[in-house]
Ligand binder design. Structure first.
Ligand code: BTN
Length: 276
C-alpha cells in the first residue's frame, strides 16, 4: 500500500493507477469513468447497447445524484471520496445467484488485502444478504439487477458502493449506520488500489463459483454475522421474527420461528435487523 501521507488532499480517480494494479482477464478491462452520474445502475442500462458493453465492463462515477440502495433506499454518494461502480456481466443464467455472495466476499477480501501491513489490517464482517460491515456498521453495499441486451443476452448489473475516505460523521442520515475505511483506520486509502483489488478478487471468486466450486459460498456463509442470532425480516407487508439458522444453496436465509418451524426468506426487498 502507498504511504497514506500522500493522500491528505484527495485526488480524482486515476485510471492509469487503477490499471497498473489490475490483474484480471476481463473484469474492469473496459473502464468507463463518469465525473457525474445519477446512478451507475441507470448509466449502465443506458450504455449496454449504445456502447456495446461486454462481459466485465466497469462503469465508475465520482459522484451520484440519485444513488440507489436495496429496498428502495438511497445511497449517499458525495464526490471524490468513495467508490460507486457497476460491473456489467453476461452470465449463464445459473451463475447469476452466485453474484449475491461472490460480490460482498470479494469486497471483504480486497479490504483485507489493501489494509494489510503496518498493523492496520481490517477484517470486515458479512451480513446477509450482501452487506459488508466494520464494527457493526456498513462499509459497503451491493445491488444486483438483471436486464437483457438488444440481442436478448441476459445482462447482470453488479452495483457496489464502498465508503472509502468518507467522513461518515458529517452525514447525519448515515452517521449511526455507516462507516468508512478512513473512519476505521484514521488515514485515507487510495481508491484505485481498492477498486483493482475488488476486481481481482471478484473475477477469481466468480470464476470459481461458475466452475462449480462451493468454497466461495461456504466462506461467505461461515462469515455471516447473522447466523445464530435473533433477527427480524421485514418487507412486502410481512414481518418474520426468529433465529437465523442457515443459508440455503440458493442464498435464501433460513429463519427458525419460536415454535421450531423453519421458513426461508429470499433477499428481494427484505430488510434484516437484529431483534431487540
Ligand atoms: C445497499 O443498499 O446496500 C446497496 C447499495 C448499492 C450502492 C451502489 S453505488 C453504485 C451503484 N449505483 C447505485 O445507484 N447503487 C449502487
Amino acid at each position: 500500500m502507498m504511504d497514506s501521507m500522500e493522500f491528505e488532499t484527495l485526488p480524482l480517480f486515476s485510471k492509469p493507477y487503477f490499471s497498473w494494479n489490475l490483474s484480471t482477464d476481463y473484469v474492469g478491462r473496459r473502464f468507463i469513468y463518469r465525473p457525474d452520474s445519477d446512478s451507475t445502475m441507470e448509466d449502465a442500462r443506458r450504455m449496454i447497447d449504445r456502447f456495446r458493453l461486454t462481459n466485465g465492463a466497469l462503469l465508475l462515477a465520482e459522484r451520484q445524484t440519485a444513488g440507489r440502495g436495496r429496498a428502495g433506499r438511497s445511497w449517499v454518494s458525495p464526490p471524490d471520496v468513495n467508490l460507486y461502480f457497476t460491473i456489467i456481466l453476461t452470465p449463464a443464467p445459473d451463475a447469476v445467484r452466485s453474484l449475491a455472495y461472490v460480490t460482498p466476499l470479494a469486497v471483504a477480501h480486497a479490504i483485507e488485502e489493501v489494509t494489510r501491513g503496518e498493523g492496520a489490517e481490517l477484517r470486515p464482517e458479512l451480513k446477509w444478504p450482501n452487506d459488508v460491515l466494520i464494527e457493526g456498521k456498513k462499509v459497503a453495499g451491493v445491488l444486483i439487477e438483471t436486464t437483457s441486451a438488444a440481442d436478448e443476452r441476459l445482462v447482470a448489473l453488479v452495483g457496489v458502493g464502498v465508503n472509502v475516505n468518507l467522513d461518515s460523521g458529517s452525514y447525519e442520515e448515515i452517521r449511526d449506520i455507516a462507516v468508512s475505511l478512513k473512519d476505521a483506520l484514521g488515514f485515507a486509502i487510495p481508491r484505485e488500489e481498492l477498486l483493482a483489488a475488488i476486481c481481482n478478487h471478484f473475477e477469481e471468486l466468480y470464476e470459481a463459483a461458475a466452475g462449480g466450486l462451493m468454497a466461495p459460498f461456504e466462506e461467505w456463509r461461515d462469515r455471516l454475522v447473522n447466523l445464530g442470532r435473533s433477527v427480524v425480516a421485514s418487507g412486502a407487508g410481512e414481518r418474520i421474527e426468529g433465529t437465523a439458522v442457515d443459508v440455503a444453496a440458493d442464498g435464501a436465509l433460513i429463519i427458525e420461528l419460536p415454535g421450531g418451524r423453519r421458513v426461508s426468506v429470499e433477499a428481494g426487498d427484505v430488510t434484516l435487523r437484529s431483534a431487540r
